[in-house]
Ligand binder design. Structure first.
Ligand SMILES: Nc1ncnc2c1ncn2[C@@H]1O[C@H](COP(=O)(O)OP(=O)(O)O)[C@@H](O)[C@H]1O
Ligand SMILES: [Mg+2]
Length: 234
């Protein structure tokens, strides 16, 4: 294997994506190209509508592009069947969303356990991992609470635990602080950075929050579905 295959965990080249709304065609990405190195914490910045969510969903295997090539942790994803793409996504990617996307009828514990249950892990292994991660995000005492009994910051902590519980190669976080006040948002980003550094996980975050942008080593700016410029803060 070439050296670049080892260090590069995500490689997107000339990605295009168009949405169809009835007879209207909405272009979302035009030849977007971006690579992410293993262990990096990269922020994708850009105005609303610039294509951040579309690109993250493609990188993480939720959605597929119309054309272009993309590789996720050594696997060429273009042309894979939906079921194979889903399998790879579940193995390799943990997602964190702006609106938390927790399952409302499940407790914090059950939300974090859900990916492990899907993967068929034993109850004992589920329990160990869930309690470890709830503890790491500071929510051991809230494990039996349902999401609507938790604050926004606590819900996002549950979502972070759920994203990390399977030790994914990549965390994809789409505007993870956009529903939180600035102090809570800062603590969430700090927590993500700490946990991700400890695990050696790669993290791609979209945001237009200045605090998030300033905390990144590398910021890729998008504009109208294309990469506009890149800033290295190292
Ligand atoms: N499901 C969808 N159906 C139709 N158009 C969409 C859909 N999702 C996004 N778009 C459009 O694609 C473009 C890029 O959107 P998006 O990727 O959500 O950008 P961002 O996350 O930067 O706000 C925008 O013009 C948006 O309106
Ligand atoms: Mg978005």
């Amino acid at each position: 294997m070439q050296r670049k295959d080892v260090t590069m965990i995500i490689a997107c080249r000339d990605i295009t994506k168009t949405y169809r709304l009835g007879h209207t065609i909405v272009p979302a990405l035009h030849a977007a190209t971006m690579t992410v190195q293993r262990g990096e914490f990269v922020v994708i910045a850009g105005a609303s509508g610039s294509g951040k969510t579309t690109l993250l969903n493609i990188m993480g295997g939720i959605d597929r592009p119309d054309s272009g090539d993309y590789v996720l942790d050594g696997t060429p994803m273009m042309g894979l069947s939906e079921s194979l793409r889903t399998r790879i996504r579940r193995q390799k990617v943990g997602f964190v969303f702006q609106s938390f996307n927790l399952i409302p009828v499940l407790s914090a514990y059950e939300n974090v356990a859900y990916p492990l249950w899907l993967a068929g892990e034993s109850p004992k292994s589920q329990r160990e991992k869930v309690m470890y991660w709830l503890n790491r995000v500071g929510l051991s005492d809230q494990s039996q609470q349902r999401p609507n009994a938790l604050s926004g910051g606590q819900r996002q902590r549950v979502a972070i635990a759920r994203a990390l519980v399977k030790s994914p190669a990549v965390i994809v976080a789409d505007e993870p602080t956009a529903s939180l006040d600035s102090k809570t948002g800062a603590s969430i980003i700090e927590l993500m950075r700490e946990l991700i550094r400890d695990q050696g996980t790669t993290c791609v975050v979209s945001s237009h929050d200045t605090m998030v942008i300033q905390s990144a080593e590398r910021v890729v700016y998008m504009r109208d579905g294309r990469m506009d410029k890149e800033v290295n803060n190292q």
